[in-house]
Design a protein around this ligand. Structure first.
Ligand code: SF4
Ligand code: SF4
Length: 276
């Protein structure tokens, strides 16, 4: 039986037995290489679930939709390792109760689908540890290396050019599981912290503020740069930040549901003088 069939069978059992109220998975998209999120709440619908190498979107962000988990019922969700890391972060930041989440874990190597063993988030700690040990590579490794070799001025010009394309649509924010605030600082206009118009200064403010906000939290799922209509390689900034955070604090985002957020914790013996 294929993994797709196994997971359909499991989804059917969970829904018909009332163990979960919903399964969030992938369904057919607008063409053979596109998949879209689907939300199944009846056992009769499980044949709509698809699992193949085109299932790349991190679906974890849907779990924090307003009210979804407020009745304390369980919800199942298809997740790759990045999505599982995201569950740990959302739990650590008190955005969801991990006990309510049933994971259909999978990974893709080439175009081979591999099932990940486990149901609850704790059961995937080995998978996450192995990603950390394997020093994840940046998507678009070649471009990342090229940017790394640039002088600060060249790098500034590179990002200036990229950010000049930004149209402030905020699709990157909407697609990111870590951008869950009901009201984002950029939507606030009293005071207006970040310039909303699409010009160099405002675009830098938005993208750099967002990168800092994601430091120690980004799981490099790529939802943001796939959503960006002008193809800014956003994940590269977040990958660079992740490397800094790993080097400076030995913090790899999403290793456990009790992991302290790196920007919201401190150690008394921190060598920085500003820590009292
Ligand atoms: S910033 Fe982008 S890559 Fe990182 S978690 Fe958010 S959507 Fe995923
Ligand atoms: S998705 Fe792209 S264009 Fe839209 S706000 Fe984000 S960086 Fe700018």
């Amino acid at each position: 039986m294929s993994i797709e069939e196994q997971y359909r069978t499991r989804a059917k059992e969970l829904l018909s037995g009332g163990a979960v109220k919903m399964v969030i998975g992938y369904g057919k998209g607008s063409n053979a290489k596109r998949r879209r999120p689907i939300f199944i709440s009846s056992a009769d619908e499980v044949d709509r679930l698809v699992l193949d190498d085109a299932c790349i979107t991190n679906l974890s962000g849907y779990l924090v939709s307003e009210g979804l988990l407020s009745d304390e019922k369980r919800v199942a969700v298809f997740l790759r390792p990045e999505g599982i890391r995201a569950i740990n972060i959302l739990a650590a930041e008190s955005q969801l109760d991990a006990e309510q989440i049933v994971i259909f874990g999978f990974d893709v190597a080439g175009n081979e689908i591999k099932a990940l063993k486990g149901i609850n988030v704790e059961e995937f700690s080995d998978v996450i540890d192995s990603i950390k040990e394997g020093a994840p590579e940046a998507a678009e490794e070649e471009l990342f290396e090229k940017i790394e070799k640039m002088s600060p001025q060249e790098r500034f010009s590179f990002w200036q050019e990229e950010f000049a394309k930004c149209i402030k649509c905020y699709a990157c924010r909407q697609a990111c599981p870590m951008c869950y605030c009901r009201r984002c600082i950029v939507d606030s206009n009293q005071p207006q912290w970040v310039n909303t118009s699409s010009h160099t200064l405002g675009n830098f403010e938005w993208n750099i503020v967002r990168a800092f906000h994601l430091s120690g939290r980004c799981v490099e799922c790529g939802n943001c740069d796939r959503a960006c209509p002008v193809n800014i390689p956003l994940r590269l900034i977040n990958h660079r930040m992740a490397e800094e955070v790993l080097g400076a604090f030995d913090h790899f985002a999403g290793t456990s549901k009790t992991q302290e957020p790196v920007l919201a914790s401190f150690k008394k013996d921190d060598s920085e003088t500003f820590i009292l």
